[in-house]
Write a protein that binds this ligand. Sequence first.
Ligand code: DHB
Ligand code: MG
Length: 224
Amino acid sequence: MTEPLWTAVDHYIDGLLVPPDAALDAAIETSTAAGLPPINVTPSQGKLLHLLARIQGARRILEIGTLGGYSTIWLARALPEGGRLITIEASPKHADVARANILRAGVGSLVDLRVGLGLEVLPRIAAEGGGAFDLTFIDADKQSIPEYFSFALKLSKPGSVIIVDNVVRDGRVIDAKSSDPDIQGIRRFNEMLAAEPRVSATAIQTVGAKGHDGFAIVLVTRNI
Ligand code: DHB
Ligand code: MG
């Protein structure tokens, strides 16, 4: 469900705090034109990711689920000189749109876009031994969130932050009997998080132009 009032308040916030930006606006326009699903984070959520990465002082960022590169650009713009963002996209078509958007935004030298299934690309990233990520954003298919989170943990160090999108899904997350594999994936992740001794975490509900959903915010507290 999306309430018109939630969308109106998002527009109010964006009008004050998230000014129009040619590269970000183009990322949305080209994604729409190419027929990508309109499931990118909203402007104020993109800025939240950007601010969290800056607050964290992130130098190495991992994103699972690039889509058209909208959140990728927000996150890459938080990196200092010499920083690096690896983003994984399963759809070659989405990746093509994202690549152009990332280049247009001028962050191409910071972003390493890997095309392939997350569960195939992540073991390769782990094997490369490039060091821990300071921040990971998980926003790909929901069935595999538990597995993505396991990899994110493996690729973290104490002090790393992991953010997971879509953990509320219009409140459907509380339906233990849901036959929706996305909901079951999210529930499995939430339970995993609750039982994980190496993290401190919360989940926060959001409303806005994308309806009612939420983010999990995870701080890695103990050695992996
Ligand atoms: C869907 C996926 C997302 O990552 C999101 O933020 C919203 C919706 C979806 O697959 O429906
Ligand atoms: Mg999402």
